[in-house]
Design a protein around this ligand. Structure first.
Ligand SMILES: Cc1cc2nc3c(=O)[nH]c(=O)nc-3n(C[C@H](O)[C@H](O)[C@H](O)COP(=O)(O)O)c2cc1C
Length: 211
């Protein structure tokens, strides 16, 4: 019997605690935990890290010269089965906290695409799952559009399959995430199914949920 629990790391990209985005993430992690997964929530705004300085030292060494919380977080993410990135939409994009975190993956991009190291083997990537959860105030159909290519890039660098988005727009109209008809339940189900799917070695379909 395989005793190893499925590990799920949720990254809160909102600097606002207990807001719409964190509530959505908490539902995903509850679903994952109820399915038997080992969950961890990382509050990016509480970590100590700088944005990428573009020094390009990693182009030679494959390592980042900054020794801080982000490098240790990336080490943990490389060993996780599932990652959930989250952000509210700020000025039509993701937050500074999440973008700075993503840029710091550049040394892993270098290792994979320039130094020819497989950070994660292709056969492992099939079962490793990445999800993106986001909230926005406005009721605009393409309000999340700029975030998708960034998540795709991050999941590619880290060797996760981009499984799904759980998106809740019109927070202003609904009076917050609690008023949204489906998002919290969708997040719970996605968390539950992520753990069960990984346990049962079912590759996700990579189907993105818009809405
Ligand atoms: C600085 C800032 C910029 C924002 N920009 C946008 C925006 O461009 N489009 C939008 O739909 N909502 C925007 N919002 C609203 C948030 O996306 C929305 O309220 C979100 O649910 C907040 O999530 P939180 O409670 O986790 O902080 C903005 C909010 C802030 C604080």
């Amino acid at each position: 019997m395989n005793e190893k629990k499925v590990t799920v790391i949720g990254l809160l990209g909102s600097p606002h605690r207990k807001g719409n985005t964190e509530q959505l993430l908490d539902r995903f992690l509850s679903g994952a935990s109820d399915a038997g997964g080992l969950t961890e929530k990382v509050i990016l705004v509480n970590l100590s890290y700088s944005s990428c300085k573009g020094c390009n030292a990693c182009h030679v060494t494959g390592f980042c010269i900054m020794d801080d919380d982000i490098v240790r977080l990336y080490d943990r993410l490389l060993g996780a089965d599932c990652v959930v990135t989250t952000s509210p939409i700020y000025t039509m994009g993701i937050t500074t906290e999440l973008k700075s975190f993503i840029d710091r993956a550049h040394y892993l991009w270098v290792r994979h695409y320039q130094l020819g190291e497989h950070v994660i083997a292709p056969e492992q990537k099939i079962l490793r799952r990445g999800y993106f959860l986001s909230t926005a105030g406005m009721d605009m159909s393409d309000v999340f559009r700029t975030a998708f290519p960034m998540m795709k890039a991050l999941f590619n660098i880290l060797g996760f399959t981009y499984c799904a988005n759980i998106l809740a727009r019109n927070m202003d109209g609904y009076g917050g995430i609690g008023g949204h008809p489906t998002a919290l339940d969708d997040a719970y189900k996605a968390g539950f199914e992520a753990v069960k799917g990984i346990e049962e070695k079912i590759p996700c379909q990579g189907e993105e949920k818009r809405g």
